[in-house]
Design a binder for this molecule. Sequence first.
Ligand code: PRX
Length: 661
Amino acid sequence: MTTTQAGIEGFATEDRRFDPPAELAASANVREDAYATAAADRLSFWEEQARRLQWAQPWDTALDWQPPFAKWFVGGKLNVAVNCLDRHVDAGNGDRIALHWVGEPEDDTRDLTYRELLRQVSRTAHALTELGVQAGDRVCIYLPMVPEAVISMLACARIGAAHSVVFGGFSAQALVDRITDADAKVVITADGGYRRGAASALKPAVDEAVKRCPSVTAVVVVKRTGQDVDWVEGRDHWWADVVDRQPQSHQAEAFDAEQPLFLLYTSGTTGKPKGILHTSGGYLVQTAYTHWAVFDLKPETDVYWCTADVGWVTGHSYLTYGPLANGCTQVMYEGTPDAGGRDRWWKIIETYGVTILYTAPTAIRTFMKWGEELPGAHDLSSLRVLGSVGEPINPEAWMWYRRVIGGDRCPIVDTWWQTETGAMMIAPLPGVSSCKPGSAMGPLPGISLDVVDGEGTSVGEVGGGFLTLDEPWPAMLRGIWGDEQRYRDTYWSRFEGRYFAGDGAKWDSDHVLWLLGRVDDVMNVSGHRISTTEVESALVSHPSVAEAAVVGATDPTTGQAIVAFVTVKGSVADDISSGEAFAQELRDHVATQIGPIAKPKQIHITPELPKTRSGKIMRRLLKDVAENRELGDVTTLADPTVVNAISARASSQPAGGSPQD
Ligand code: PRX
């Protein structure tokens, strides 16, 4: 919590406000009265939004709420892919560009119209059916940022199969865990992808994983880089071989509103990632509505760009489902921000006339470091709305984003939500709300939340505490795959009758909401959620490690950085002559267990960890050490001299470590 609080308080921006530009206020999709209308009758409000979609059969009941289980639009039937594609083609917009895809190597681009995207999705739906995938099955997608990722997701949706997209940066072991938990039948992958100017491999991780996953009967491989791959006859199929020969039209079936749409694994406070389950109708209603309302989307003229990877929830809700349900034109970029030069993003905005940009504070802070000359050398005047997501945006970054990227004219919408919420929950509306730098302002129309104290009592109009959601919302998770009890325990047990988000928040004196970061053992590194326990488990699985404690330390670019404290087993301690070589070995070990994103930035090898007399590791003290702060209260330590030893070691060891990838 300290990161953001310090940032916010250090800047004292609570009194600073930017009103919506007059032109935007006049033409906005959503007016101020939306808040009152939704508050007066929340269910009617969401039913009204649901009518923006195409239903094969209307629902009977808007909400069936058996806490903590919700069913939305009960009795309704729809096909999610039809809503994202056929509907727009049928309305005469088949020639509109759906995706301006930009590959990492320059000049490697593809434009797909809605008509073409529909054809590709239809062929892929046939191919999946041919491979034995049926409605209700799970398909794992492990792809780089290529159009086939979106095509695969929509093809699954079209045939009623749930996808489980695994971020391409996760390791073979992480894939095994996710494929096994979901019992996936098919894996869709690529030979590799491009990252920082070089081809990286993806298929070897799948080969290694699938050996240990008997549920997988077929692997479909997109040829992206042309690198050599191992091949298992009968199991492996080139995408082009199974997809291209299929019919280009596909009769889509309508599915129940509660048909599972996808699983997405995310870190929790324990070592095992949770398969967050989302279903079809309510999810699509809220992603489509929020994408249209929060970005003030004009599908006929806007060019929208969400920079998130499809492996994360933002890539699901605001790259795939929301934008395509709304029929807009968007950019999808494969690579890193510095591929082909540190001004690559600004070139893309200039080339495609991007009007709405949705990105993460960590990217903004990186650009701040690279200097304003780079964006300054490009014409960014097409931009009209800027979005932020994934972590609290510090006021300095907010102001820089507004001035340097937004030319002091674009409103910034800071959007708070989670994998579990499925869609945006807290954000300003660009034509309606005044914005305070660093604040997500307040709940969206139709969303009800409350900030409560440790006892679950509302703090009222002003004050800080824990963020809870006190009414169900259409895109809410329907559970944790295969673990009902964990769903109840994780989200619904801390505060009776309320969903506990895991974030701290406060209302300021104007009743404006400030998000203060996680209050649990979940770190936020470059907007990615990583659990301290998961990294600790990975570290102790190394044969030389006795114990490990991991903390998230404040980092000026990535928000938080992973810092690990490790004790080694007695018999090997003397052999570890070079601490840095061993630390590197441990970092690589974590990359193998989880993925490069979970590599600790710093690893301190210490003789002991600070523990209370009951044996609990005192992370608070380790955080103090990691952030070079004066140590807090040490009186409850079993052995107070331990911390002196750790601090001395920490300051004598090189910080080392590559930044998270
Ligand atoms: O701590 C909050 C932070 O990211 C967490 C959710 O992470 P994830 O499920 O990976 O989804 C990220 C993309 C939606 C939250 O619990 N978070 C997300 N957006 C914001 C944020 N914190 C502050 N401000 C935000 N705008």
